[in-house]
Design a protein around this ligand. Sequence first.
Ligand SMILES: [Fe+2]
Length: 215
Amino acid sequence: MEIGPSISIEIAAARGVGGRDPAGHGASTCEGTAEAGPSRGLLAFEEVAQLMAQKTVKKAPISSPLADQDREITGKVLQGTLLDLIDLHLVAKQAHWNVVGRLFHDVHLHLDELVTTARGFADDVAERAAAIGVSPDGRAATVADGSGVPKFDSDWRSDREVVAAIVAALAELIRRLRARIDETDKTDLVTQDLLIGIAAELEKSHWMWQAQLAE
Ligand SMILES: [Fe+2]
């Protein structure tokens, strides 16, 4: 096929631009390419550098009432507790949907009480972390990596099996929480007070769930 004059002009223009293109993409990038030469690439790089510099300046937007080391230890304690509580809420919801058996109604409703408790405490813990200048991380992948809640299998689960699983989950979270209460004894009494309040409620819940297993 013979190339007409107007097409020849477009190809020539595109090749001219392509000659300045360090990636050598040439004629395939006709429209707008004249604006996207090396100088535009350099500008984009400078913009990224500026954004990174701004991020560095904003690295600690929330000041902490704690000394650096106390903040670091307390922040880890709060982050670990946050992951446990988010996962407890997820496991309780999973059980709420999948429980079957003669005690279905009681267990189904009791699980939603636990969901509400765990969600409320997760929020308290995350906001305490923010208040001491630590960014809380409650993303699903982080929870999957760091939660201490025992594995809860998928599919339908009998009422007694669910109650036993919740008792085990609460026992493990209480054990972890009590260790964290000790850890915060010298770093932040306000956080320790929050954790003690959560432990008291979870231990009460642990008793109530155990009571359902009694013969
Ligand atoms: Fe429900």
